[in-house]
Design a binder for this molecule. Sequence first.
Ligand code: XMP
Length: 317
Amino acid sequence: MSLFSPEKFMESALKNLPKEIDGPAIIAVSGGVDSTVAAAAVAKAIGEDLLAVYVDTGYMRLNETEAIEEILRNLGLKYKIVDASTRFYEALSGVIDPEVKRKTIGELFIQVFEEIADEYGGDYLIQGTIAPDWIESGGGLRDTIKSHHNVGGLPEKMNMKIVEPLRDLYKDEVRTLARHLDLDVAERQPFPGPGLAVRVIGEATPERTEIVRQACHIAEDEIDKAVENGEMESPWQYFAVLLPVQTVGVQGDVRAYGNTVAVRAVQSFDAMTAQASEIPWAVQQRISRRITNTLKSEINRVVYDITDKPPGTIEWE
Ligand code: XMP
């Protein structure tokens, strides 16, 4: 049981954040729980001085940009939506190594924000970093498990001062805070900062990203429906990954040589450990059939990842 008190957290945030942030600030909002909660908390503390920026990296979920715009509108914040997808696709062209991917995305994120901040005159960059992000990003005596985009990806020289109001919180505490602030993003499943780029294993080209975007949507939609029908409990996080593996299959009576999608669903409490979820067989079959039917010319094999964390991590990269 967490001893975290959202009332005390907000009391201290309202007292301390205006002292820490004494000028215009911008926050990168991804629509995930962390950045949305950070935006709502900081907006309460500094109000009009905050601009929320959503960057469409091209690696977002299906219909995510529209959903995020609605969240931002409902928060009543000043916000700006920037389509930077072409720049991100170009930056990741030819990049295969997961750490290079993460760092490239992190650096471009900051570059895009710095441009917006210059335009807007922002002195502070608010980030929704939470405890597991910096713990896993290494430093000091810790090993680097993976560089979370908002930690390891930051360039050494920054023009803006970074403020991370949720830095000491774990995921369950952020959700408690979200409920306290009456934000309906509280129940949204986590989505990694580098987005679908870390769910396309190998080069995250626009074409391969589109495949994983569809596959993720199908996996999410089928699991959501199964949860609604009472067939299973909701996993903590569930998605699809596109593998750089081609296998032989058959379509009608014609040989196919297509790509493989892995489906992953996990139970977790704070993302530091996770257990692979037991998905009923019928639900797995619906996911597999719908993915191979919808993406007929691309995918001819679907597998389910049964690895816990550790030894796996939740995302594949
Ligand atoms: P891993 O893959 O490290 O993920 O077991 C733990 C949780 O964090 C999410 N994740 C990220 N979140 N920036 C984030 O804000 C990142 O760079 C990042 N990488 C992974 C992941 O989806 C899971 O919920």
